[in-house]
Design a protein around this ligand. Sequence first.
Ligand SMILES: [Zn+2]
Length: 373
Amino acid sequence: MPHANHPSADPLGKRLQASLPCARADRLAPTAQLPLAGRLALATRLAGAAALTAVALAGTCLFAGPAHAAPPADAASLAQAPGYYRQVIGSLRVTALFDGVVPLGRNLIVGMTPKQIDAQLFQRYVPETPAGMQTAVNAYLVEHDGRLTLVDAGTAKCFGDALGHVVENLRLAGFKPEQVDDILVTHAHPDHLCGVLDDKGAIAFPNATLWLPRADDAFVRDPEAEKHAPEAFKGIFGLARKVIEPWQTAGKLKLFGAGDALPAGVSLVASPGHTPGHSSYLFDGGKDAKLLVWGDVVHYHAVQFATPEASFEVDADRARAIDSRRKLMATATREGWWVAGAHLPFPGLGHVRGENKNYAWVPAEYSPLPAGK
Ligand SMILES: [Zn+2]
């Protein structure tokens, strides 16, 4: 989804930023899930409904020590919980990282009439403003085969200050950017690629290799493709080239296509259409434990599972995007794979199931981590 420099002001992003001094004081161990149960148990011992509400909403502040223990005086300073979530899938340890949200308009859904779209969205309760429906931007950090692989890197500052929280949430989850071995980018759009650089334009993950689909690298360097792109999206091409350049100069860029080796334990699942080289990645966590990180196969979760033929205006080749969506949904359903989606509601982890000859999304349930994981 390439709405670079979107002018929308995002109050959630501002609240996350406002929460940082408090959240950083609460350094959770990398293997710890947020202790929600303990939080609620303590909350019930506090007197009054107001105290319960304040503790539940204050989240991490409860653990930040006596100086932060009092409920915030100003409701506007209440913060959301930190933007990461852990899931163990066989031998894989997955951490979903929240970058922020962007609004996507109903008018960018192609292949359905407004009446059909309205009917599809009826009672789906998707948060929506005049700018569009709330759409998450997620990245995924996967510990596998002794390596740390990041799939997509978020927006950095390409979409403004309301997003760009991947590195911040990676740190809150107990990791450091220098620990990341590989970055697999699903495609060369700014909401997936910009985060590989820091605010100063330098490489944000100093010890990582950047893996980019060769077809997307060629696409953003194709003057004809740039010339024929919709006016609003022409800027994506130059932006992508600029983000790739420092990695190329440093000799840390690896272009790949079908048949080329990826990091150990990861297989390429080609899913072209949104871009020519759009790539999904299958992580093998052992028997009955596979994770498909599918990038931009779905932008409108409330529409495209039930109607996979609905396209996103920006899809470079809509017919191929529909074909990829149908194939991945069918395979994930048949195989029972875990799925992670860059624009599914955070944490964007779950399963796909069949429904009415099409599909439905089954989000992961907040879960304690298995002992020893
Ligand atoms: Zn996207």
